[in-house]
Design a protein around this ligand. Structure first.
Ligand code: NAD
Ligand code: IPM
Ligand code: MN
Length: 360
């Protein structure tokens, strides 16, 4: 029998990256086995900060060529004390996002059952947002200069780049998503102070909105949006925002939905011309690395996003349900969720719950 077999490049990376990715792979393999309808082959790449210290680079010289051959990339975390963050991130994570034109970063902020609600007087259902972060340009364009370095007249420039193509495609993607889900779309920007980039962003949002009269819209300044995310999170359904604002607001969102140990992200090239990449949104967590206590649920949630990307929505949902069972029982949780379990015990528990969901 010829099962569709997905070739996944695994980059466990630094710190807790390898610890959490191992659990995501367990869950993906179990979903494949239980389904009997698809399979995975994983190939692991030892790239990251340790590799850098040995080879003077974050990935192999032909690393991008090697990755091209895969259907998707599953990544843990990048960055560790000893290698400057701007070097490690620009030579690995950001390089992949940019060169593979993964211009959509999808970050669900949903308070799952079993996770305590951190807000007083806010019902659980109010925390259910889908962030769509621009992932290829904007404040992360890497354009700038460093003049008269070390001199009294030193000047640094960091230029935001908002192209017509880049701005329009992310906003259009968000409208399509909101329409498909039957939800509203909120744009978050900062046109009052950023008098070129964000005025342009707001203009493009209004233009594209005219093509989607069926999608209710809202538009907030990023400062007010941060306040409303805490005071009245129910306002937000699908959200579209720029690269930097999306980075910051989704850590805030993670705090609403159980912490960084639960926050997942997918870096998507919608045209599928290049591999897409799935990763937890947290970093390498040097403060807890090597102790076996990192929460693997963020990595497992991004594995669920990977299943959805390949069209296995039913299995993607089942993985989320299995996670919810673990969260509701509260018997096997890592210390960040006030439990005493290890990373691999939580992974095993999700696998067990998945198995019993299927048997039911
Ligand atoms: P971080 O996300 O690594 O950690 C922030 C805090 O959250 C820490 O206290 C950490 O212990 C906790 N935490 C994070 N993930 C957790 C998990 N799965 N389970 C339990 N607790 C968890 O952010 P940081 O400390 O600002 O950055 C550390 C390094 O990671 C830096 O080098 C940074 O550049 C890098 N980073 C990488 C990524 C990525 O690869 N996508 C994302 C963010 C930061
Ligand atoms: C994230 C991370 C990255 C980002 C860093 C590590 C470059 O914080 O994925 O949220 O800012 O995009
Ligand atoms: Mn971030």
């Amino acid at each position: 029998m010829n099962l569709p077999t997905y070739k996944i490049a695994v980059i466990p990376g630094d710190g807790i990256g390898p610890e959490v990715i191992a659990e995501g792979i367990k869950v993906l393999n179990k979903a494949a086995e239980l389904s009997g309808r698809f399979a995975f082959v994983f190939q692991t790449f030892p790239w990251g900060c340790e590799y850098y210290l040995r080879h003077g680079r974050m990935m192999a010289e032909d690393g991008m060529e090697q990755l091209r051959a895969f259907d998707a990339i599953y990544l843990g975390a990048v960055g560790y004390p000893g290698v400057p963050d701007h070097v490690s991130l620009w030579d690995l994570l950001l390089k992949i996002r940019k060169q593979f034109d993964q211009y959509v970063n999808i970050r669900p902020i949903t308070l799952l059952r079993g996770v305590p609600c951190p807000l007083k007087d806010v019902p659980r259902e109010a925390i259910d947002m889908l962030f769509i972060r621009e992932n290829s340009e904007g404040e992360y364009a890497g354009a700038g200069d460093w003049l008269y370095r070390g001199k009294p007249e030193e000047v640094v420039l960091q230029t935001g780049v908002f192209s017509r193509k880049g701005t329009e495609r992310i906003i259009r993607y968000a409208f399509e998503t909101a329409r498909r889900m039957g939800k509203s779309l909120t744009s978050i920007s900062k046109g009052n102070a950023l008098n070129y980039s964000m005025v342009f962003w707001d203009q493009v949002f209004a233009e594209v909105a005219a093509e989607y009269p069926d999608v209710p819209t809202a538009s907030y300044l990023v400062d007010a949006a941060s306040m409303f995310m805490i005071k009245d999170p129910g306002r937000f359904e699908v959200v579209v925002t720029s690269n930097l604002f999306g980075d910051i607001l989704t850590d805030l969102g993670a705090a609403l939905a159980g912490g960084l140990g639960l926050a997942a992200g997918a870096n998507i090239n919608p045209e599928r011309a290049w591999p897409s990449m799935f990763e937890p949104i947290h970093g390498s967590a040097p403060d807890i690395a090597g102790k076996g206590v990192a929460n693997p649920l963020a990595a497992i949630w991004s594995a669920s996003q990977l299943l959805e990307f390949f069209g296995h929505d039913e299995w993607a949902n089942m993985v989320l349900q299995a996670m919810e069972c673990v969260l509701v029982e509260r018997a096997v949780l890592t210390p960040d969720m006030h439990g005493t379990a290890t990373t691999s015990e939580v992974g095993d528990s999700v696998v067990q719950q998945l198995t019993s969901l299927v048997k039911q």
